[in-house]
Unconditional design. Structure first.
Length: 109
């Protein structure tokens, strides 16, 4: 990731569902997908808006939370298998960036 650009696609549930189905064989929309091989993340604005409303903060804050989460995945972290390493990194960055609770913290993953 250092020295390389990052592409962030902000789109809708329909496109995230198609990407999730194509790459992960999961037929539902998701809030964010990360593609480390190409340094890309894709975010559903529909999911971001719903999550922002559910957690009581702005859509812009939710987009920042999702971008941070995606960047951590692009750096090689994986909260599903790392024994809390990504959660701790996300918490440190959220504090530095003054962001509300992040994805890993909210899901307890």
């Amino acid at each position: 990731m250092p020295g390389h650009g990052i592409t962030c696609l902000i789109t809708d549930d329909l496109e995230l569902r198609a990407l999730n189905r194509k790459f992960l064989r999961k037929d539902y929309p998701t809030d964010i997908l990360s593609f480390p091989a190409s340094n890309e993340i894709a975010i559903s604005l529909d999911r971001a808006a719903a999550q922002a409303a559910a957690y009581g903060h702005s859509v812009e804050e939710e987009l920042r939370i999702l971008m941070l989460h995606g960047l951590l995945h692009l750096s090689g972290m994986d909260h599903e298998i790392d024994a809390g390493e990504m959660a701790r990194a996300e918490a440190r960055w959220r504090k530095r960036l003054k962001l509300p609770p992040g994805l890993v913290e909210r899901t307890g993953a």
